[in-house]
Write a protein that binds this ligand. Structure first.
Ligand code: BDR
Ligand code: CA
Length: 341
């Protein structure tokens, strides 16, 4: 079934609200027909939480491929990490690398203090048996969504690849189901005002937020409700499968780094899986339509998402995730990890 996606905010909201509901089952989630698994493409920069997001996407949807972008670490690291996680998951999908720098090409500050120098501190990666299918992530996004219209693009890193795909093919917003993004917030983490993914490439985020396709935004306000703690790490260790051991090491390392950084365990948020769950398990989150723009010029606020929270302003360009049922989301994540080899 094809949907025509309206381009004005009011129509967009009506379209989003009236779209057929995802059918959630034990196991993969299906589209509105109940027969076809949800088509997902994950654009990511693994990254501890990206790795978990990949596992959830592979378990809960039909993952069509993975594209990588520089962000948490340099592109060669995020790409190697994505290949390693795909291999550990035992799934047969392509990995395409993409942008090594933001659109403006400024030298980028990676997140070594959170994810380690190479992006997945704490875990040992296996020797790689595969390599990338191409280094043209935007091309893969364009072509794969032609073959699989109504796929969701899930973006858990800086938005450079997605923005380049939109620049290359202006018809992309009309054929996809939408883009679910981990990014932004009404507060910052990399600066007082800005969240890491948006701050890394604000110009790309600006292009994506204006593109007119249905957008779901999981900002820090919601991702800080889904936390990693010692109990979760112990449960991962107890699962017994190889991928769960990998995740226990991974999230143990993440917890250590976040503790060292903040001294406050409650900041160890599992950001990126939220953007997957918003599509595969939307009943776990609560959304509101909001107007969201990106500050690209501010002296102190570059990369900030300005979220219009005024109660009397209706509609908006995004479905803004407000809350997540963290205990239930944790169970879905643990189930996904347990289902891996
Ligand atoms: C985001 O930045 C990265 O460090 C995480 O992987 C997540 O995508 C949180 O701000
Ligand atoms: Ca990420």
């Amino acid at each position: 079934m094809r949907f025509s996606v309206p381009t004005n905010a009011k129509g967009l909201r009506r379209w989003f609200d009236s779209r057929p509901q995802v059918v959630v089952r034990a196991g993969p989630c299906y589209d509105e027909t109940g027969c076809v698994p949800l088509d997902l493409i994950l654009d990511c920069d693994p990254g501890h939480d990206d790795a978990v997001a990949l596992a959830v996407a592979a378990d809960r949807g039909r993952l069509l491929g993975v594209t990588t972008v520089a962000g948490n670490a340099a592109l060669e690291d995020t790409t190697r990490n994505a290949l390693a996680v795909v291999q550990l998951l035992g799934i047969d999908i392509e990995v395409h690398s993409g942008a090594a720098t933001p659109l403006r090409g400024r030298s980028a500050n990676h997140a070594a203090h959170v994810h380690g120098e190479h992006g997945l501190a704490g875990a040992t990666l296996p020797p790689l048996r595969t390599t990338i299918a191409s280094n043209d992530a935007p091309g893969f996004l364009v072509e794969t969504t032609k073959q699989h219209p109504h796929a969701w693009i899930i973006a858990t890193g800086p938005l450079t690849n997605v923005a380049q795909a939109l620049q290359r093919d202006p018809t992309l917003p009309e054929r996809i189901a939408g883009i679910s993004i981990m990014g932004g917030g009404t507060f910052g983490n990399v600066t007082a005002a800005a969240e890491f993914n948006i701050h890394f490439d604000p110009e790309a985020a600006d292009i994506v937020l204006r593109c007119g396709t249905p957008l779901v935004l999981c900002g820090l306000d919601v991702t800080h409700q889904l936390l990693v703690d010692e109990v979760m790490v112990a449960r991962l260790q107890a699962l017994g499968n190889e991928f769960a051991h990998f995740c226990a090491d991974l999230l143990g390392g993440y917890l250590t780094n976040i503790r060292a950084l903040t001294g406050n365990a409650r900041d160890a948020a599992l950001h990126d899986p939220c953007a997957v769950l918003a599509i595969t398990d939307p009943h776990l989150l609560d959304f509101a339509a909001r107007h969201v723009v990106v500050e690209t010029a501010g002296e102190h606020t570059r990369g900030m998402t300005v979220v219009d929270q005024r109660s009397w302003v209706r509609g908006g360009n995004v479905q803004w995730a407000q809350t997540i049922d963290a205990p239930a989301a944790t169970e879905v994540i643990l189930d996904a990890i347990a289902a891996a080899p």
